[in-house]
Every structure is written in C-alpha cells, then in structure tokens.
Design a protein around this ligand. Structure first.
Ligand SMILES: Nc1ncnc2c1ncn2[C@@H]1O[C@H](COP(=O)(O)OP(=O)(O)OP(=O)(O)O)[C@@H](O)[C@H]1O
Ligand SMILES: [Mg+2]
Length: 504
C-alpha cells in the first residue's frame, strides 16, 4: 500500500475529499482502489478515487490576480496541489465489506491498493471475468443476479463479445445455468464452442415465416400477393408432408376428414382444419424438398382458384423465377430441427450456440423469438425455474422497439424472467437501440467507451454512477469496462480489465 494523502474537510458517508501529498501525486490515478484509515475511530474504509484535479490557490480563472498583469510572476513560484474525491464503497471490518455509518474523519490517511495482498477483504465467490484495472484485485460477480439480466455496451471493438465469452464460461463453470447463445454473425462464439453448435439453417421455418421471406425477397405487394403466397406455401408444405403421415398423424394434424382434390372447398377446409403447430412438427420429422418450379405451379393454381388475374400470375412467375431462384428454395429444404429441440439440447448439454450467420434477417428474428418462446413454454409446462440464460449479441437487431417478434419475446423475458430463472445477456454498441422497456429491466451494466454520447445519460438515468464522468469513459482502452449494478459486489461502479480471451 502506498500512502498518498489525507481526507479533507467535508466528507460524507458516500464520498470523501482527498488532499494528495505532493510526492505521491503520480500514484493518485482515477479509478484506483484506496483505503482510508480513520485511526481516531478505528475504522477502515474502501473507496475509489475519482475526479482527480490539480489546483493552485492564486491561479483561479474566475478571479483577477497579479498573474494577469505580470506573467513573469509564475517564474517566482506557484503553489499547486492535487485534490480528488473518493467514492466510498464500504467500511472494512474483519475481512468483510459493511455499510458506512459515519463519514471518515478529515485528516485520516489514505492509501492506494497496489495489489491483491493489500486488500484483505472477502468479496465472496462469484463469476470472475476480469480484475480491477490498477490493483489486479479479482471482482467476483454475484451469480444470483443472472436472472435480473445483463447488458454490455460499448463502441465497436471495445471487446464486448470477448467479455460475454468470458461471462458464459464462468456461468457454465460456476453455476447450474444453461446457456443458449444466438451468434448473429457466427464468428464471435461458434469458433469457441464447435461441439455445441446448432445450425440455424437446420431449423424448420413455419408456413408464415416462409411466406414472409418470399414476399420480402420478391418485393411483391402484400395487399395483392400475401394471400396467394400464404396459401401456396401452406398447400405445398401440406402436400409434401401428407403422403408420409400415418393414420394417427393425420388425425393429429386435424385433416382426417379432408377430401382429396384441388378445389376451392378443399383448400378452405384445409385452412380451417389444420393444426399449424403439428404441421411445423411434421415438417421437421419429414423434411421437405422445396423446388422453385414446383412451388410456382402451386402458386399459379392457387391464383386460379382464388380467381386472380392473369397479370398477377405473370408478376408472381417472374418474381419467383428471377428474384428467388433455386438457391433460395434450397435454403428452405432439409430443415429438421425444431426450436423446442434447441431448448431440449440446452437442458441436456448445458450449452447451445446457434449459428445464425447464413440466415436472412427474417429467419434470424424468427429463430431468436421462437427459441425464447419455447423456453417460456417449458416454464408454463413445469411451473418451475428453468435456469437458462439467453445470450443475444448484436442485440439492436432483436431488442429494438420495431424488431417485431423477438422484441416481444425479449420484453417478456426482461419483465418476467427473474421469477423463473430465465436471464438475458444483451450486447450492443448503443444502449439506446434497446427498447426502453427492456433497458429498464436490466440490472447489471458493463460499459466501455461509448459509441454515442447520449448513451451516458441513458445509463446514468437508471444507475448511480458514483462520480464517473463521460470524459473518463472516452479514454478507456480495449477490454476496459465499468461494471455497475446488481452483479457488482462493490455496489458502486468499478473499472475492470477483462481477462485475456484468446482466439480458439
Ligand atoms: N478479453 C480480450 N482478450 C483478448 N483480446 C481481446 C479481448 N477483448 C478484445 N480483444 C481484441 O479486440 C478485438 C475486438 O473484440 P470484440 O470482438 O470482443 O469487440 P466488440 O466490442 O464485440 O466489437 P463489435 O462491436 O464490432 O462486435 C478482438 O478481436 C481482440 O483482438
Ligand atoms: Mg462483438
């Protein structure tokens, strides 16, 4: 420990002014951990140094002094000194951190914590993703806060994904939680967990999302074409699956009474009889080959049945042939995994990383929302804690207000997850891209250098930042993050350096 100064007048139970000794000035760096020794009352306090400033009694920019007229006066001497604030974390008593009842006495000596050995305090067991930047003290994060949700924000390249990787490993090693990772680009998590990867390109898409994809990719006007496309897709999927079904399965699908034939009546009966959940399940059990030319035949027949115009057929034909092509239909084919299989896998092997990289944004959203909804189905079935964490990196694609289905699923989880051991870890470049309702339910924040200045206000709106300034964030380096909120055992935000997470 190095003595750096004494507590000045005006301390409170949350912060203490510090007068830094001249020769110790170079040791008084912002974010250092310090110990205040109040020998009068025999109390030690732990705190963090913030707002380090250099003062001079006469060089006051608001007061006119002789220095203004006689610049050479500076040569004959000035009286500078360093002052700072200590954000008080707690009182140190018998290796424990306790709450502060009285302010430290002015005149108390202040020491910088230089290493782990200087800080004899038991912070409990927890998840360690890094150490305090200057002292190297490990900050064990409280695992009980996992279902109260975590966000990681910072400009691009600050090390968010690596931090999340470190957090996932700690959760897997130290807790009973299962983890489902949605790897948006397939480069941040997939390479680390090859044995746990599930390809999103194997997940069965339901009839409505296939129709959305076709409409979106072809650019066909929804007002005219949505009904054609929906019915064609349903008809195609049904006809591919039906011949493979047993009598029991046909019953299950709800279509036992359906007559054969391709008439308006049959189609409309199908629409009202079929169990869509079962259809999707059978699409997984009996994977479908989707072919462009066949789909086109179905679509043209549907337009006929619905008495559509010839011109609609032409436009649809062109769109399917030119805008989509065989590659698109191939990407729909051979899918045999259900979102519920992914959740079951997470229960069995504790970790699943879903590689979303090859998928269209519509499919990515579908996968995120359906997998989260399947977890909720488990909760509803069992009425007990599921102990699952969903990791959503690049969360602005899923948790924004206008992100559709995943937004709904994430909002529900953020609101109700805590009751059922269902936590979220969201990582994104800008906090403001996460819907405020979700943001308000996140109780632990890691933040580094920020992409957008207004984010600082966003975070400070629901966290006590205990004297951290926006300018101190701007100078953070890669791998340096503040941790604030429930997971932080120190109660006020501390600066950590994330542990080395090498490439696999
Ligand atoms: N903990 C770490 N250990 C080792 N290298 C790291 C660590 N954190 C960051 N890096 C380095 O910084 C680079 C960027 O890290 P990372 O991909 O985690 O940033 P990011 O904040 O997720 O960026 P983006 O917003 O672009 O996704 C990494 O490729 C790596 O070289
Ligand atoms: Mg990243």
């Amino acid at each position: 420990m190095k003595l750096i100064g004494v507590v000045g007048s005006g301390s409170t139970i949350v912060y203490a002014p510090l007068i830094v000794y001249e020769e110790a000035e170079k040791y008084a760096k912002e974010e250092q951990l310090v110990i205040i020794e109040d020998t009068w009352r025999n109390i030690k306090f732990l705190g963090i140094l913030r707002n380090v400033k250099r003062y001079e009694p006469f060089l006051n920019i608001y007061r006119r002094t002789s220095f203004v007229d006689n610049p050479s006066l500076v040569e004959s001497g000035t009286l500078p000194h360093t002052g700072a604030y200590i954000s008080i974390i707690g009182a140190l008593r018998a290796f424990k951190l306790e709450s502060v009842e009285i302010p430290p006495n002015p005149g108390s000596r202040v020491y910088v914590v230089e290493g782990k050995e200087d800080l004899k305090v038991n912070l409990g067991r927890g998840l360690v993703v890094g150490v305090h930047k200057y002292s190297g003290v490990e900050i064990p994060l409280t695992p009980e806060s996992i279902p109260f949700h975590v966000a990681v924000v910072g400009a691009t390249g600050t090390g968010k994904s690596r931090l999340v990787k470190a957090l996932i490993d700690e959760i897997l090693n130290e807790t009973g939680y299962r983890v489902i990772v949605f790897d948006h680009a397939g480069v941040d998590y997939v390479p680390y967990y090859r044995d746990y990867v599930a390809q999103a390109s194997k997940i069965v898409l339901d009839v409505s999302v296939i129709s959305d994809l076709i409409l979106e990719r072809t650019g066909l006007d929804r007002r005219t074409y949505e009904s054609y496309i929906l019915l064609s897709t349903l008809w195609y999927a049904f006809n591919k699956v039906f011949p493979k079904l047993s009598r029991e399965e046909i019953e299950k699908l709800g279509v036992a009474e359906l007559r054969k034939g391709f008439t308006y009546n049959v189609l409309s009966k199908l629409v009202s009889l079929i169990d869509y959940g079962e259809l999707t399940r059978f699409m997984a059990k009996y994977p479908i080959e989707w072919r462009s030319s066949e789909y086109r035949d179905y679509a043209l027949k549907v337009i006929d049945l619905l008495k559509g115009r010839e011109s609609a057929k032409v436009r649809l034909g062109i769109s399917l042939d030119v805008r989509l092509g065989e590659g698109f239909f191939k990407s729909l084919s051979g899918r045999n995994v259900l979102p519920s299989d992914i959740v079951d896998l997470a229960f069995r092997q504790k970790l699943v990383v879903i590689d979303l990289s090859m998928e269209d944004p519509i499919v990515k959203k579908y996968v995120v929302s359906t997998v989260i909804n399947e977890v909720w189905k488990k909760v509803e079935e069992k009425q007990e804690s599921v102990n699952i964490v969903a990791v959503i990196d690049e969360a602005h694609n899923y948790a924004c207000r206008y992100c559709g289905e995943p937004h709904k699923a994430i909002t529900r989880t953020s609101r109700e997850g805590r009751k059922w051991g269902f936590g979220l870890i969201l990582a994104t470049q800008r906090a403001i891209d996460i819907d405020p309702e979700i943001r308000g339910n996140i109780n632990t924040w890691f933040f580094s250098k920020l992409q957008t200045p207004s984010d600082f206000n966003e975070i400070s709106a629901f966290m006590n930042l205990a004297g951290i300034s926006e300018s101190s964030l701007a100078i953070l380096e890669k791998r340096e993050f503040y941790i604030a909120g429930l997971m932080n055992p120190l109660r006020i935000p501390v600066l950590i350096k994330v542990k080395e997470v090498p490439l696999p």
